[in-house]
Write a protein that binds this ligand. Structure first.
Ligand SMILES: [Zn+2]
Length: 317
């Protein structure tokens, strides 16, 4: 991981206590596997335990539970461990979730991950989304320089929205059709600059104001926008006074001088290739998967330690 990526991770650790944060950083620096990382957090935490509920230091040892040392706070009388106050604390079956973090890193399907970790399918389902909640919200805050924008369409699916266990999902993607109706496909806008800063957004519709609402807060005022020529991009560029290269995609124009949208298109094709392994993603959860993909693009393939980091609370800033 490069320095920048590391800084970004550290920035996400806002709600952790100093001890938790330092232990995590130490674990990451040493590239420890997750179980050792958690052990390290536990050991460090032990030196100066702080109540995960009220922040008090007036605590005493209580008991051990699933390997993690437990404490009781004398101020609020609640018990806690080194992970209390983080989302990880909710995942009671520690051994299973460590294995699960590995399964997520390996990109196993829900079914395989559940089997691998000895957990129920609906548990695997909940855990995956818990792990991904944070990733979902980490997006580029600004794109600048040459900015490429394009839309992609991802087949809608109600997979997993009824019952998960014991029967096939009611609707797993709709059959392919020649036209891309918004009933069948979720449009996703991808905006990416040449430094790799990437923003994606599920669009409720393909109207110009919708594109503008998504792009305005992030596209730098002096950016040069390159698009496939869809009217919405032109309107946005006009309104914001941006330089805009509109490729005439319908006439097969792929480049204009050195301007093109090949970077964003390559991103889209990596995204779609990668999504295939999940065999149809429930539309409701698509933002989580988009976030997961951004995380991989940003930080490389995921180690369990990084996934655990992602599940930690974000800084409130
Ligand atoms: Zn307390």
């Amino acid at each position: 991981m490069d320095g920048k990526g590391f800084q970004a991770l550290v920035a996400q650790l806002g709600d952790l206590s100093t001890v938790q944060r330092e232990a995590l950083i130490a674990a990451l620096k040493r590239k420890l596997p997750v179980d050792e990382a958690v052990e390290l957090i536990d050991t460090r935490f032990c030196a100066d335990p702080t109540c995960g509920h009220c922040g008090s230091r007036d605590v005493r040892g209580w008991s051990s539970q699933s390997g993690l040392k437990r404490y009781r706070c004398k101020d609020c009388a609640k018990t806690f461990n080194a992970l209390t106050g983080t989302p990880l604390a909710q995942l009671h079956r520690r051994d299973a979730w460590l294995a699960y973090a590995q399964a997520v890193a390996d990109g196993l399907s829900l079914r395989k991950a559940a089997k691998h970790c000895g957990i129920a399918l609906d548990t695997a389902f909940r855990w995956r989304h818990r792990f991904l909640t944070t990733a979902k919200d980490v997006k580029a805050k600004a794109v600048k320089g040459i900015v490429e924008a394009d839309e992609t369409f991802i087949r809608k699916s109600a997979k997993g929205s009824k019952r998960l266990v014991g029967r096939a999902p009611r609707k797993r993607g709709t059959p392919a059709k020649s036209g891309l109706s918004s009933d069948d496909y979720a449009p996703v806008l991808i905006v990416r600059d040449r430094h790799g800063a990437t923003l994606d957004h599920m669009l409720p519709d393909l109207e110009a104001p919708t594109f503008a609402r998504v792009m305005k807060p992030v596209v730098a005022h002096d950016a040069l926008l390159v698009s496939d020529g869809r009217g919405a991009y032109g309107q946005f560029a006009d309104h914001e006074g941006l330089l805009h290269i509109a490729l005439n995609a319908s006439k097969g124009e792929r480049t204009y001088g050195s301007y093109h949208i090949q970077n964003v298109n390559a991103y889209i094709s990596r995204l779609k290739d990668w999504l295939r392994r999940f065999k149809g993603v429930a539309t409701h959860y698509l933002p989580s998967y988009l976030g997961w993909r951004r995380m991989i693009e940003r930080e490389g393939d995921l180690t369990p330690a990084r996934i655990v980091m992602q599940a930690m609370p974000q800084a409130s800033t």
